[in-house]
Design a protein around this ligand. Structure first.
Ligand code: TXA
Ligand code: MG
Length: 342
């Protein structure tokens, strides 16, 4: 579907202006391949503090530091293990954030007082141009207020922040659509703290070692080592639930007082679709992930009594390729959090 207006994409002048703002401690929203980030000078504690402030982010939730590539990493970490470099070479620029012991250079506020820092090199020409123009690392949390749906278009950012608060570089729609995989290399283990499109299988193929997905093994409420992975996150304003079976939906609608929006990747032709407003997503996991957040925002804009989201497929072992399985897992992680209060 064509948007009503094509965005005016940021060019060299806007990027140079954005880099100037960052040097003055200002905030710049920038597109990445995953979602829009809220950029600030990672080495300027006052600028980082203003990121926490305008997002309403708990001070216990650390920020990802964005870099131009492996060359910018060395001063930011206490040591750079060979397996970290292997992951950077395999997946950067790309949607993988790597947690390593931080150096003194990284202000404590960036890591929420913790000893480790998450690092990522985004795969987006505007994000990279901004990083090169600024010449230093940038913090880049998703450019939404804390706990809400991440932005996948510049207009989403403008819905959360005024132009006085944040200068936004428009890069159109984000291609990946869900946030980066966060993997910890602390100690000897390799542990996924947040699932993303790069899954445990892809990481273990590069490292030739086992990768633990803590998001599978630990229940959503009981995780200690992934500080920002709160049970409720990515949440629309409307009540939202997951449903597995079309036949369950009728009972849910009967009990709901007001309009219902249904999000699905798989329509059941014989179901009575007149009782709700339907938003269809692609059955392809990559396309689904790219559409997810904009679809949740669209659903929320109807101000419905309920958003009912069709549970994504749960492929059995060997039923699908590992990449698709990883994306559906990451999608389910986001949907579980978006519906945690449902
Ligand atoms: O794709 C992305 O990662 C986007 C784009 C803009 O780059 N950024 C993003 O940032 O999603 P944010 O702040 O919304 O999510 C960062 C996640 C949180 O779950 C946080 O707890 C975790 O990364 N994280 C950051 N630093 C960490 C650290 N030192 N140790 C463990 N987890 C960390
Ligand atoms: Mg976020």
């Amino acid at each position: 579907m064509m948007p009503d207006h094509l965005p005016e994409l940021a060019g060299p002048d806007q990027i140079a202006h954005a880099a100037d703002l960052l040097r003055d401690g200002g905030l710049v929203a920038f597109p990445t391949e995953t979602v829009y980030g809220l950029g600030a000078d990672a080495l300027n504690p006052a600028a980082v503090a203003s990121v926490f402030l305008i997002k309403g982010r708990p001070p216990t939730n650390p920020l990802i530091v964005h870099v131009t590539g492996v060359d910018m990493v060395a001063p930011l970490v206490r040591n750079l293990p060979d397996r970290a470099v292997r992951l950077m070479r395999a997946f950067w620029p790309g949607p993988l954030s790597i947690v390593l012991p931080k150096s003194q250079l990284v202000p404590d506020i960036v890591t929420a007082g913790g000893p480790n820092v998450a690092l990522r090199c985004p795969d987006h020409p505007i994000a990279l141009a901004l990083l090169f123009a600024f010449g230093k690392p940038l913090v880049g949390p998703s450019a939404n207020t804390s706990g809400r749906i991440s932005p996948t278009a510049a207009d989403h950012v403008r819905q959360s922040f005024t132009t006085d608060q944040v200068y936004t570089l428009d890069g159109g729609t984000c291609g990946t659509g869900i946030e980066s995989t966060v993997v910890s290399l602390i100690g000897d283990r390799t542990v996924i703290l947040r699932p993303g499109v790069i899954g445990s299988h892809a990481i273990s193929q590069v490292l030739h070692e086992d990768v633990l997905d803590s998001t599978i093994t630990a229940p959503i409420n009981s995780r200690q080592d992934a500080p920002g992975q709160l049970a409720s996150h990515y949440a629309p304003h409307a009540r939202a639930i997951l449903f597995k079976d079309w036949h369950d939906l009728d009972g849910i609608i009967d009990m709901t007082d007001g309009p219902v929006i249904v999000l699905t990747h798989s329509l059941l032709a014989e179901h009575n679709h007149t009782r709700y407003q339907l938003i269809e997503l692609s059955p392809d996991p990559r396309e689904y992930a790219a559409q997810l957040y904009a679809s949740l925002r669209r659903a929320d804009a109807f101000n419905p009594a309920l958003i009912a989201i069709h549970h994504p497929p749960v492929p059995g072992p060997g039923e699908t390729d590992p990449e698709s399985a990883a994306i559906w897992r990451a999608v389910l992680d986001r949907l579980s959090r978006a519906t945690a209060h449902g």
